[in-house]
Design a binder for this molecule. Structure first.
Ligand SMILES: Cc1cc2nc3c(=O)[nH]c(=O)nc-3n(C[C@H](O)[C@H](O)[C@H](O)COP(=O)(O)O)c2cc1C
Length: 404
């Protein structure tokens, strides 16, 4: 009997790179791991490797032209787009990255990618200058913002004679990324995930506020990843400069009280709450409607305590929802995380040490995932990868809750 994985199709897109021959190894590796592999090539790619090679390695027909007369009742690019659990384009040209970033669909590969709902992994390979060009980087960032996963090119000697970034990443790394996506493809579908992000600003007067440091990057990455894995996602965020993640309900608030109201309004329908916002613990006791003149400003500022939103959710939770909190500490990180976990009745706390260089504005962070039974330290990771790791644990916690 075919295993579950054997029923999953991974679509490998091959484009006009000198490294196109390395895709042969990728097809073999994915087949070896038990996936059905189908290859879609651009016309340029066929200048580098013959379709027959991929046909032989995959045991499946290779799609090149939109206009080929394919047997079967369904339009070929649509059937491929629907069949794919994951699409991995390796190696990917600067040209295909640009086309995808602009929603172009003028060949078999780009049309199939535009038509698919499956996660898309892009492994670029090109000359260093092509990769570093700001237009290429802007296209990469635009695709990332839309949920595409990039397996970054490696540094090394390039076919053109240059040495630098631009070599196709290792085939094993690309295969791992494809396998991970296939495994987690839609594991959060049917769930409502509520995420909070960013700081809150508590106004003193129309131009001044008190607040906490937070870029919102982690919360936005979590929301984006949860949506990609099939969840209905609501993201309640304080003031940040990040664009709305694709396919996510975004509620922009300013103060802790506004955040509390937006969260409580969505809590009953939520299966998971991930509270990454750095909510200000205090707000000014009074708000001056006009700017306070420097000479007239009081020496001290009277404060009031803000409600603890997460503790309130912990009290209200009947055990149904998985609750995740964050703890940014400068010392005693694990102990404080465990304390928070128990005090607020949480399922998991993401703890990080913000005394060093990592944390607030950085793209990377080092976190410890603390549950009632374990403390798991992750290496320094991009915040998107932290989101992925965290949601793997959250999916397991949801399954565990549902099985009791
Ligand atoms: C010998 C040769 C090697 C090339 N290698 C690459 C490459 O590694 N990466 C890349 O982005 N473009 C490369 N190009 C340029 C692309 O083939 C060209 O942009 C083409 O239009 C891409 O078509 P496609 O994106 O539809 O596959 C190469 C071109 C030639 C002639």
């Amino acid at each position: 009997m075919a295993s579950k994985r054997e029923q999953q199709t991974i679509l490998v897109g091959v484009t006009g790179c000198i490294g196109a021959y390395k895709a042969c190894e990728l097809v073999r590796e994915l087949s070896r791991r038990g996936f059905r592999v189908k290859v879609v090539m651009t016309e340029s790619a066929t200048r580098f490797v013959a379709p027959l090679t991929f046909r032989t390695l995959s045991g499946e027909p290779v799609a090149v032209s939109l206009w080929a007369d394919e047997p079967g009742s369904k339009v070929h690019h649509i059937s491929l787009a629907e069949e794919a659990s994951v699409v991995v384009i390796a190696p990917c040209t600067a040209n295909v990255i640009a086309k995808l970033a602009h929603g172009r669909a003028d060949d078999m590969l780009t049309t199939t990618v535009l038509a698919t709902e499956a996660p898309v992994i892009v492994a670029p390979a090109m000359n260093t200058h092509m990769w570093r060009k700001d237009v290429t980087q802007a296209n990469v960032n635009a695709l990332r913002a839309r949920g595409y996963t990039f397996v970054e090119p490696a540094y090394g000697a390039l076919a053109c004679g240059d040495v630098g970034e631009g070599r196709l990443a290792d085939i094993a790394v690309i295969a791992d990324a494809a396998q991970a996506e296939a495994t987690r493809a839609r594991d959060l579908s049917g769930l409502h995930v509520l995420v909070t992000a960013g700081p809150t600003h508590e106004p003193i007067d129309p131009v001044r506020f008190i607040g906490n440091r937070s870029s919102g990057k982690t919360g936005f990455a979590i929301a984006e990843e949860a949506a990609r894995r099939g969840a209905r996602v609501s993201l309640v965020t304080g003031p940040v400069t990040l664009p709305d993640p694709f396919g996510v309900e975004v509620v922009r608030v300013t103060t802790a009280l506004q955040m509390r109201a937006a969260v409580l309004a969505r809590f009953d329908s939520s299966d998971v709450v991930i509270a990454s916002a750095a909510v200000a613990d205090f707000r000014p006791a009074s708000f001056a409607s006009g700017k306070i003149k420097k000479a007239e400003a009081p020496e001290t500022l009277a404060l009031e305590r803000n409600p603890d939103i997460l503790a309130e959710l912990g009290e209200r939770n009947d055990g149904r929802a998985v609750l995740v909190g964050f703890a940014a500490e400068t010392s005693g990180v694990r102990a404080s995380a465990r304390e928070k976990l128990l005090a607020k009745k949480l399922d998991l706390v993401v703890a990080n040490d913000v005394s060093g260089e990592l944390g607030f504005e950085t793209d990377e962070n080092r976190v410890v995932l603390v549950t009632s039974y374990a403390a798991e330290e992750l290496p320094v990771l991009d915040k998107r990868l932290i989101a992925r790791e965290l949601l793997d644990r959250v999916a397991a916690l949801v399954r565990a809750k549902r099985s009791v």
